[in-house]
Design a protein around this ligand. Sequence first.
Ligand SMILES: Cc1cc2nc3c(=O)[nH]c(=O)nc-3n(C[C@H](O)[C@H](O)[C@H](O)COP(=O)(O)O)c2cc1C
Length: 179
Amino acid sequence: MEDDLADTFTQVVAQLDAPLVIVTTVAGGERAGCLVGFHGQCSIEPVRYVVWLSKANHTCRVALHAEHLVVHLLDRSQHDLAELFGGHSGDELDKFQRCRWTPGPGGVPELDDCPNRFVARRVALLDEGSDHVCVVVEPIAAHSDTPVTPLRLSDVGDVEPGHRNDERPMPPTERATTW
Ligand SMILES: Cc1cc2nc3c(=O)[nH]c(=O)nc-3n(C[C@H](O)[C@H](O)[C@H](O)COP(=O)(O)O)c2cc1C
């Protein structure tokens, strides 16, 4: 993309100031989760939601084999949790030793400190060659509590992602877990 177009595109999209969520998942007993800004409802009937996971992320590699994902809303007061899940990779540490969680369907971690959340079943994947994979899910359970004031992109400018989008593992199935 030309520099001018890229700059203007970034300025336009930044105005949306996306609300952030934490997406967790599990496959073969391996838990994963990361901070996600690319997400949204994508069908009304049947209800479908979509999250885009970076191919660089541990969470993406686990989600490709997973049945369940949990989408957790974050309140503006939860910068620390956003930093844990967005600023560190499961390739380096076990995030689930540093937060409170309860196993949900199939053992998928549900974060106790995020009571506004839904559990979903994976129904489709789209990889069109870009650096994120599109994961379409169907909600199967939901919990709601006092509504959040969403934590947004502009609230976490100080969080450096645990993986840059161009850090793809080679081979793509590699697990770099050291814990
Ligand atoms: C503000 C912000 C938004 C992010 N949005 C996404 C996203 O939409 N999808 C994604 O896969 N990663 C996203 N990330 C990056 C991951 O949360 C981050 O690289 C994380 O450390 C990956 O952890 P993992 O390797 O354990 O999966 C975002 C990070 C930040 C700071």
